[in-house]
Design a protein around this ligand. Structure first.
Ligand code: ADP
Ligand code: ZN
Length: 619
């Protein structure tokens, strides 16, 4: 039995080994059980249902229904299966009535292995009737519910339609079901089990580590310039995603990047459908595009060679951050997750929670989640240890995050914190009202302004007690205290600063306030004279002839992808092309065993690949 699963892995997908728990999951599903699969983005969830679907179809069980919220991506997902020689189809609103009918008939004849559909489609009377017919004939093999966190309001992509999926279990008893997600926090997980009635399902929980992703969180100064430097230094010509919070900022930033010679496109919910689809297609199909987007972009994007994910605004919580950054480096090659973070982010996120119409309990949970993310941003030790710790995983310092690579200098901000707090207190006492961060810092530093005169704050005993601190330092202290809850920013009252219960412990010196040394003075690395775009970079080191072959193979692949109307990586991954370029195969035999070449692709492309390799170094 296990042998045949390996055979499918090798023959259909061209991979030599299962990854992590894939094999156990495959066996569990082929045996007809239920499962909950928690695996990080890029962990290899697709094979966990695709291989059982193929195995079960061969055993005569019929079609596996894949529930996916992503209509815009179904075409490519199905196209990738066709490339591998698997019979797959999708049913969604982009098909004509006749096309849908043809697919339904093929399903009833047991000819389709995997069928993709969105949840709202699945629960229509017509679709349920089709499933009834399949069920009666014993041709309903399995349900795979992808992006299962969509069922939970605790996840970040709540889709009410997912709640209706309980019908599958009630109506088609005994048909094995699996739910898959990359969102692993306990709350969401419990919600998935409960909402989808998966109490008896076995949970497969993978390590959430993505060792090839390097995490970096920098202090926000001029974030545009910081981003440009980051791309210029580390990612010229690479594909990446830049997340911003607002539509307007997305537009502005995309323009800025384009002006700087970077191939950038905007994506947000305010663009019309067609533009969004075009930009998404271009991101998937062309090389080296930087997508500047709100979080509306990204779910289900399985482009393997996204080399960086940058955040210019802080996400709401670690789940969101991890999911978004996880879109980098699915191919396992080095990738960067980079975030610029500042005081304003803390203030904004707190305010959004305070002002949301949700109930107090819900807000409390959201605040807790935000705090965990703030603590990550303020951390002076390994980022990965904290991230994994959040998902319940113990680990050691990783050696591949900013804090591990360049341990930050730490300074004791306790004294500065106390000075800030007592100033907030004195101001409140004198004026009977609160003020914002800028004014408080002016008073602490003894800077005379119109406001300090107007309110007589120059007479305060704390005026100028912190004259020795730079504004940058005080900002850092404030940020940390807001993150700790030792200062509350009142979103209802012009973002004024207020003392909290925890302030007292800091004032009494019971809680130390340790801060990262501000990066302002450090960030003066020499500017490499990188030209943006137009660099041939291979994922492994190749000699000059190897690079020629690699470029030729990429050009060939682009042409094939265009003809098939599919993203290039669906034909072959970069890593596969690089392995071919390195091996310089002269015969079919030489191509054997290269990862990512299954039987179908060998049949379809071997001849052309050999031809491209042969002429690459001659011409
Ligand atoms: P997920 O859906 O969990 O984010 P995918 O299913 O898209 O991840 O897989 C991520 C990448 O890893 C894909 O490019 C896939 O082809 C590759 N992959 C998955 N399983 C294996 C394996 N056993 N060996 C080699 N590559 C694999
Ligand atoms: Zn680390």
């Amino acid at each position: 039995m296990a042998l045949s699963h390996h055979q499918i892995l090798r023959d259909v997908f061209g991979y030599a080994q299962f990854r992590g728990p894939q094999q156990d999951i495959v066996e569990h599903m082929v045996a007809g059980r239920d499962a909950l699969v928690l695996m990080p983005t890029g962990g290899g969830k697709s094979l966990c249902y695709q291989i059982p679907a193929i195995a079960r179809q061969r055993l005569g069980h019929g079609v596996t229904i894949v529930v996916s919220p992503l209509i815009a991506l179904m075409h490519d997902q199905v196209g990738a299966l066709h490339e591998a020689g698997v019979s797959a189809a999708f049913l969604n609103s982009t098909l004509s009535g006749d096309e849908s009918y043809q697919i339904e008939q093929r399903m009833l004849r047991g000819e389709i292995t995997l069928l993709y559909a969105a949840p709202e489609r699945l629960t229509t009377p017509r679709f349920l009737a089709l499933l009834d017919s399949l069920f009666e004939r014993g041709l309903l093999s399995m349900f795979a519910i992808d992006e299962a966190h969509c069922v939970s309001q605790w996840g970040h992509d709540f889709r009410p339609e997912y709640r209706a999926l309980t019908v599958l279990h009630e109506r088609f008893a005994g048909v094995p079901r699996m739910a898959l997600t990359a969102t692993a926090d306990a709350l969401t997980r419990e919600d998935i089990v409960e909402r989808l009635q998966l109490e008896d399902a076995r949970a497969f929980v993978s390590s959430f580590d993505r060792p090839n992703i390097r995490y970096t969180i920098v202090e926000k100064r001029d974030s545009t310039l910081q981003l440009l430097r980051f791309i210029e230094r580390e990612h010229p010509g690479d594909a990446g995603i830049v997340y911003c919070q607002s539509r307007r900022k997305v537009e502005d930033m995309a323009n800025t990047l384009v002006d700087a010679g970077i191939n950038a496109l905007p994506y947000h919910a305010g663009l019309d459908n067609k533009t969004r689809q075009t930009h998404q297609d271009r991101f998937l199909r062309e090389e080296g595009i930087v997508m500047v987007a709100t979080i509306a972009f990204g779910m289900g994007i399985d482009k393997p060679d996204v080399r960086f994910v940058a955040h210019l605004d802080m996400p709401k919580n670690i789940e969101g951050y991890y999911q978004e950054t996880g879109r980098a480096g699915r191919d396992g090659l080095p990738a960067n997750a980079w975030m610029a973070y500042g005081l304003q982010d803390v203030v904004n996120q707190r305010r959004m929670i305070d002002e949301s119409p949700a109930g107090e309990d819900f807000k409390q949970v959201m605040r807790g989640k935000l705090d965990a993310l703030l603590a990550l941003a303020e951390a002076t030790n390994c980022r990965r240890m904290r991230l994994l710790g959040y998902f319940g995983e113990q680990s050691q310092p990783c050696g591949n995050c900013d804090n591990c690579l360049h341990p930050p200098a730490v300074w004791d901000g306790t004294d500065a914190a106390r000075k800030l707090l007592s100033t907030v207190y004195r101001i409140q006492q004198m004026s009977g009202m609160s003020f914002g961060a800028g004014h408080v810092m002016d008073v602490v530093r003894g800077k005379t302004t119109e406001k300090t005169s107007q309110y007589g704050h120059e007479a305060l005993s704390t005026f100028g007690i912190g004259a020795g601190f730079s504004e940058m330092q005080l900002r850092g202290v404030l940020r940390q205290m807001i993150a700790m809850g030792a200062i509350h920013v009142d979103g209802q009252a012009f973002n004024t600063l207020q003392l909290t219960e925890q302030s007292r412990a800091v004032l009494r010196g019971e809680v130390p306030v340790l801060l990262r040394e501000s990066a302002a003075e450090k960030d003066k690395r020499p500017k490499r004279n990188a030209r943006l775009g137009a660099v041939v970079k291979a994922p492994i080191s190749l000699d000059s002839e190897g690079l020629l072959r690699y470029s030729a193979l990429k050009a060939w692949r682009a042409e094939v992808a265009r003809q098939h109307n599919l993203p290039a990586y669906v034909i072959f991954h970069d890593a596969t092309l690089a392995a071919i370029a390195q091996r310089a195969p002269q015969s079919l035999d030489d191509l054997q065993g290269i990862s990512g070449i299954g039987i179908k692709k060998l049949e379809a492309y071997a001849e052309e690949v050999l031809r491209v390799v042969a002429i690459a170094c001659v011409t």
